[in-house]
Ligand binder design. Structure first.
Ligand SMILES: Nc1ncnc2c1ncn2[C@@H]1O[C@H](COP(=O)(O)OP(=O)(O)O)[C@@H](O)[C@H]1O
Ligand SMILES: [Mg+2]
Length: 261
């Protein structure tokens, strides 16, 4: 059974996409079958994997539309997934995904479409990582209903604490209603320089509010992590011995432990 993990934070630039792609690669290199679902219309996870969104004929957009019309065809899922390009598979996004929020507004059961889609893949993958957009629309709700676990990547600044409080509020609301099983796997500090007072005090505050064990091992600032996507490469393809690669390996190990492997 696949462990489905959503990476979400309402704040943009908080490391969702960087973390999704590099954690997926780190997990895949530990002999896990991994699928990345790019659920952000900015398609940055897709682009980070070296795929040009405008060339795609099939993406998450087409699949969700079809699912909404209850027209899913056998094998349809498989045509959209990009395999053999990375150590993990990718269900790509393209900008059309932005229109989905409006197109599906009146569809019935429009919050469980992604969950239904992924049901067909639960036995094919060990991990499914969903990169969510920085908004609380229908797609994010779909992601949080499909997932068993939530990871909240944050950059440790004081303003990010606000976003963190909002995300946990959303988690409780999803728990109370549409997905009681969704759990907080952890808060993942990124661009986190523990030599600074600011990062240390924000981390301390997170520990006090959420408990020591809700904190995933932090990822330090590393320019290589910002450079890799422009070559369509993960950090393990671009600079496997840099500290970003090391840090995401540590975070992936913590994910393996927490998901009960
Ligand atoms: N540990 C890191 N060190 C340096 N730059 C990083 C790190 N993590 C992310 N970045 C950069 O920060 C920016 C925002 O990250 P991104 O993953 O795109 O956030 P989000 O998906 O939440 O919007 C990107 O330019 C990315 O390359
Ligand atoms: Mg992103």
């Amino acid at each position: 059974m696949a462990t489905i993990i959503a990476l979400a934070n309402r704040k943009g630039g908080s490391g969702k996409t960087t973390s999704t792609v590099n954690l997926a690669d780190a997990l895949a290199r530990k002999a896990n079958r991994v699928l990345v679902v790019d659920a952000d219309s900015q398609a940055q996870a897709t682009i980070s994997c070296g795929i040009l969104p405008f060339q795609l004929t099939a993406s998450l957009y087409e699949l969700m539309r079809r699912a909404a019309k209850r027209q899913m065809l056998e094998g349809e899922l498989d045509t959209a997934v990009i395999r053999g390009h990375k150590p993990f598979d990718l269900l790509p996004a393209k900008p059309d995904l932005a229109a989905l929020e409006i197109e599906l507004a009146s569809a019935s059961d429009n919050q469980v479409l992604l969950k239904d889609l992924l049901l067909g893949w639960e036995n094919i993958y060990d991990y499914i990582l969903i990169d969510l957009p920085p908004a609380l629309g229908l797609i994010t709700v779909n992601g949080l209903i499909a997932a068993r676990w939530l990871i909240i990547p944050i950059e440790p600044t004081f303003l990010s604490m606000d976003g963190l409080a909002q995300m946990t509020g959303i988690l409780y609301r999803i728990n109370a209603g549409l997905n009681p099983d969704l759990g907080l796997m952890g808060i993942l500090p990124v661009k986190c320089d523990l030599r600074t007072n600011l990062a240390r005090s924000v981390i301390r505050e997170i520990q006090q509010n959420f408990g020591e064990n809700r904190l995933l091992p932090p990822v330090r600032p590393d320019i290589k992590l910002a450079e890799a996507p422009s070559f369509g490469k993960t950090i393990y393809e671009y600079a496997p011995s840099c500290r970003g690669a090391f840090d995401y390996k540590q975070a992936a190990a913590a994910i393996l432990t927490r998901s009960g492997d």
